[in-house]
Every structure is written in C-alpha cells, then in structure tokens.
Design a protein around this ligand. Sequence first.
Ligand code: GUN
Length: 298
Amino acid sequence: MSEQQVKLLEGKVVAAQMKQEIAEEVARIKKNGGKIPHLAAVLVGHDGGSETYVANKVRTCEEVGFKSTLIRYENDVTEEELLSKVIELNNDADIDGFIVQLPLPAHISEQKVIETIDYRKDVDGFHPINVGRMSLGLPCFLSATPAGILELLKRYNIETKGKHCVVLGRSNIVGKPMAMLMMQKAYPGDCTVTVCHSRSQNLKEMCLQADIIIAALGVPEFLKGDMVKEGVVIVDVGTTRLPSSTTKSGYKLTGDVAFNEVAPKCSYISPVPGGVGPMTIISLMRNTLLAGKKEIYK
Ligand code: GUN
C-alpha cells in the first residue's frame, strides 16, 4: 500500500462536528424551556496535565452551551472532605453529572471516591455499576476515551466485524473497557480481541497479526514500523508530554506510535495530537447531555 492511501482518523474534525450537533441540541432544549445540562468538575492539586484537561472540559461546556462548575482543592485536601463534596454533588439537583479528575494524591483512595459518586451522575463511566453494565451491553455511561474511539471508528465506517483487534494496555480507563467493547456483539465491535500489556511475551507477534491496533500503553513511540502489517488500522491513545524547545508550552504531546515509520503501512491511523484527545472531551459532553436529558437513568 502506498503512502498516499493512508488516511488519518481526524478526531479533531469529527469532534468539531459532534460539538456542533450537541450545541444545536442545547439550543433546542433552551428554546423549549428545558433544563440546560450542568457538568461539575472537581480538580485536586496542580498537575499540569490535569489542569489542561479540566480547563478544556470547562471551556467545551461553555462552547456547547452547558452550565459548568469547577471545584478546586489543594493537594492536602483530606479524603473525608473530598467524599463529602461528592455526596453534596450527588444531592445537588441542578448538577446533572460530575467528574473527579484523576489521578488523586496518594493519601486519597480513588476507588472510594469513584464508588461514592452516584452512578446516575457518573458521566466518566468509572463507577462499577456503569463498568458492569457496559460489560453486559446494557445502557450506561461509557467512559469517554473508549466511547470517543468507537465514535471515531463509526464515523469513518471502519470495518470491525470478525477482525483481529489488539489492545495494547490494560488500564481501567482505556485498555480494559476498550477490549470489552471491541468484542461486544455490535458495530463497532464483533472483533476477536487480544489484550497485550507490559508483561506480554509475544506482543510483537500479536501486533503483526492485528487488523486493528488500539495503543494505550502510555509509552511514547512504542509501536514501531516492523511491528505492524500492511493495511492495519491504528488508534493511538498515547498522550505523553515530552519536553520540547520548539513549542510555546514547553512540551510536545507524543503518542504511543512511531507515526513516521508506522503510518505508511496503515490504511487508517489517528494522529497525536488531533486524534483521540478531542474525541474524549466531546464524548464527556455527550454523556453530560444524556445525563441532562435523563436518557440513560431516570
Ligand atoms: N484522568 C485521565 N483521564 C481521565 C478521565 O477521562 N476522567 C477523569 N476523571 N480523570 C482522568
């Protein structure tokens, strides 16, 4: 396959379309006197990545016409304080959905926080009830990155039925749910799924057999040109911030795929940045819209 035939999975473009669709729906709700969806985000500390992600989420809320509330704590907030805020948000009728940005400081149990969130407001889809319902193929809040990847595959009409999908990484946020969704009897889905991770012995062999690779290891440029077959579809979930002297921010987002050597072999590949990242944020907006409209849980 020649280089000219490689197509980009342009999350940035798809997310812009979805943003427009959501904004139109919010305008309709407003016109009909309905309730404007309201997302709250809780941010603990000043981690650079988390600051950027949360700022983007809040800005996107404004752009689609949602209400948003940002609640900030310093790193020394106690678990008890944070849990009582979660309970307050659970009981606040104006808040349709909320997220607690991860990671949290080591003295706070992320699992306890997640399990305290009312699953009906868990627009991150991290609560065990949402994860369990996803596994069973029941209506639920799907976590934003896997949901964004499915939407990206769908809007590019990527064939998935019967294909071999290799998921690199087994995180609760991406790898595990992605594997579960790609094997689901659905479109996108119906794949034979292999999950590889840091302890896999035959990772390269598996990748060479893959029709679709979803790279979510968090290791910059891990996937090399000699690890993939011609015509493969690649979704790059990596977003490692590497120091850079050529950007204003002082860092460069780097994916898990060595793009320059891998792209010429692909039928489709998502770039970093501009691929999965924008799809993640817009999927959170879609979950918030669904929460506002009580479409999943009454
Ligand atoms: N940290 C990295 N990704 C996410 C996400 O999707 N949601 C939250 N809450 N924290 C994250």
